[in-house]
Ligand binder design. Sequence first.
Ligand code: DOR
Ligand code: ZN
Length: 349
Amino acid sequence: MTLSMQIRRPDDWHLHLRDGDMLRAVLPATAAVMGRAMVMPNLRPPVVDTATAAAYRSRILAALPDGSDFQPFMACYLTDRTDPDDLAHGFESGVLKAVKLYPAGATTNSDSGVTNLDALSGVLERMADIGMPLLVHGEVTDPEVDLFDREARFLDTVLEPLLARHRKLRVVVEHATTSEAVDFVRAHADRVGCTLTPQHLLANRNHMLVGGIRPHFYCLPILKRARHQQALIQAATSGEANFFLGTDSAPHAKHLKETSCGCAGCYTAPAALELCAEAFERAGELQNLEAFASVNGPTFYGVPVNEDTVTLVREPWQVPAFAEVSGPAKGVVPFYAGETLQWRVANML
Ligand code: DOR
Ligand code: ZN
């Protein structure tokens, strides 16, 4: 008899959809399974205000497969020039759900990121007043700080003081990668949430670097050592309300990953929920997958959980080796391409 499991339809609280040909190629994979997703604003040029977010949202809706009821939630890029009135207008009119902080230079297309957070107190106070969350890419970019220490350093030197200055501000630590981040979120559980990615639950830096360098495991924040992976697995599978799924699915053309200076990002969308199920099953905590993927995120954001469900069946299948993209990008290699996963989503469009 095939084992199966039904859970509420999940949401993806951290997703890169890109634009144009890439958007059209990658959106169906997410829309087939997820009810909603928080769409990241790091396009070129970035989504920096309500008007650019509304226009991007329309392009996403236009690229959806017929009959899909997937809903994109828009995050707007915080820059040195962000206007608090525009944010408030975007939030109150329902176009914007959150604001994303990328320290300048932290990752792909983050060159418009914030150079001086202190100068943005007015914007952050306004966000705290209206209940608009700040999503943080939590890494310092100081070249003196080792790449593997950048998240922990950010929490101590940037986020802790920021939370002390803005006592009502709600924050999401995005794509946490360390035990320090897990401890930090627990210590501020009344107003700090945390997204966790499937790649950080399934892999540590050995998977990326032992026996050869695997570019499709390279993302930012970078995979850390095994004890950090264990802390993330424990947090995700615990059922604790502050931890929820954000895939950070970040497609890059195959030739831009498999090269001498490859881009950061794992394309997890084609198997996002199944990758999580794999991690939860290995931890013996499949019963908490629904809390992580479908309940904790909506609760943090104050939106209703999805009413429909998805069914997972325990039926081994292989993650596709390649996803075609029209135009010059040609194609993307999914995370775990060619690997066998134990759980498969059934009953989708
Ligand atoms: O690995 C990453 N890729 N991390 C990010 O923060 C951005 C993302 C991208 O947009 O490619
Ligand atoms: Zn991201």
